[in-house]
Design a protein around this ligand. Structure first.
Ligand code: SAH
Length: 218
């Protein structure tokens, strides 16, 4: 919880303004807006950047990676969560853990995989300190998924791949959705796949910019 008074209050006000801005830029799902209102984004970036935490922009988190722009976190979360969804979500690319925390406020259980050891460790410490008890993190290559807890109702990838990772698609429950940025001939696009009885439904949502999904661990 953010303490009331002093800096805690100014962060709370800034967060309120951010939530209003997201609603004005087209985020419609009130559950998602409420989650953005709850998660203290300033605790997911370095202290030196905390004053920028409630601007709608991506920020560096070290190792050449970024915490996603709040609009994009909200947009992807909204695209993932069908009404009544989801019980379990797998995220690929934990990064700062911010998107993980937003998801954890909305679904029963979140699994998240990060390939950079130092980011994984910091996100783990942060999410534990903030008492997100329904989150499980793993250090590894997210392209392999997390078979032990599959199938997932939702899979969210926060780094851009050249194609849909096949192992991940196979870990999606029937009716489940995967939201991911894909590299294409004309740049990156955000795509939503929905698992059907036979195959997948593909929808292209919008143009995006994400760091690349890489193989192996670092
Ligand atoms: N969701 C994060 C965004 C981080 S940027 C946040 O809100 O902060 C994307 C992250 O994906 C980076 O941390 C990068 O290291 C990670 N990543 C890239 N390829 C990956 C892979 N194959 N498996 C797991 N993580 C990966």
């Amino acid at each position: 919880m953010v303490p009331v008074g002093g800096r805690g209050l100014s962060h709370a006000r800034a967060r309120q303004r951010l939530a209003e801005r997201l609603a004005a830029t087209g985020i419609q799902d009130e559950r998602v807006i409420a989650a953005v209102m709850q998660v203290p984004r300033h605790l997911f970036v370095d202290e030196a950047l905390a004053t920028h935490a409630y601007e709608d922009s991506a920020l560096p988190i070290g190792q050449g990676q970024t915490i996603s722009q709040p609009y994009m976190v909200a947009r992807m979360t909204e695209a993932l969560l069908a009404p009544g969804c989801c019980s379990t979500v797998l995220e690929i690319g934990t990064g700062s853990g911010y998107q993980t925390a937003v998801l954890a406020s909305l679904v029963r259980r979140v699994y998240s995989i990060e390939r950079v050891a130092s980011l994984w460790q910091r996100a783990d410490a942060r999410l534990k300190a903030l008492r997100y008890r329904n989150v499980r993190l793993r250090y590894g290559d997210g392209a392999l998924g997390w078979q032990e807890y599959a199938p997932f109702d939702g899979i969210l990838i926060t780094a851009a791949a050249d194609g849909v990772p096949r192992r991940l698609a196979a870990q999606l429950a029937p009716g489940g959705r995967m939201v991911l940025p894909l590299n294409g001939a004309h740049g990156q696009v955000l795509v939503r796949l929905t698992r059907r009885t036979l195959g997948f439904r593909h929808e292209v949502l919008e143009s995006v910019t994400f760091v690349p999904m890489l193989g192996g661990v670092a």
